[in-house]
Design a protein around this ligand. Structure first.
Ligand SMILES: [Zn+2]
Length: 133
């Protein structure tokens, strides 16, 4: 399942960050999820709970922040929110040939909150989430 592999990747990254920060319990994880990332928030929340079981993340809250998808037209420079499903035809010049998606595919950890440890309560991870399989 798509969401399961994402959830496992998130848990893996947070575990690593918590370990290097000396934390023993993670309370919340904030994720940035693009509108077009193809993630169903409910499914992700469910998978996240499963993936957290037996780790330092057990019982942690998952907060997802949706990023609206935006496109930009190379021909006239117009930028617009694409919506979902994405509308990739420029409302400025009605062309769809030189359209670039500038936002909406995000999928990364924003912040991690944990209960103890000498490190700051909030940690940033380095890499975007990569899916396995
Ligand atoms: Zn245009």
């Amino acid at each position: 399942m798509h969401e399961m592999s994402i959830a496992m990747a998130v848990v893996g990254q947070v575990e690593e960050a918590a370990e290097s920060g000396g934390a023993s319990a993670v309370t919340a994880v904030r994720l940035e999820v693009g509108e077009l990332a193809g993630v169903v928030p409910d499914a992700l929340a469910f998978c996240f709970e499963l993936a957290c079981a037996g780790t330092v993340l057990e019982g942690a809250r998952l907060v997802t922040e949706t990023v609206a998808a935006r496109a930009r037209c190379g021909a006239c420079g117009h930028a617009w929110p694409t919506g979902m499903p994405p509308d990739l035809c420029c409302p400025g010049c009605a062309r769809a040939t030189d359209v670039e998606l500038v936002a909406g595919r995000e999928l990364r950890i924003l912040t991690v909150d944990w209960e103890d440890g000498p490190a700051p309560r909030t940690a940033r991870t380095r890499e975007p989430i990569s899916e396995e399989g």
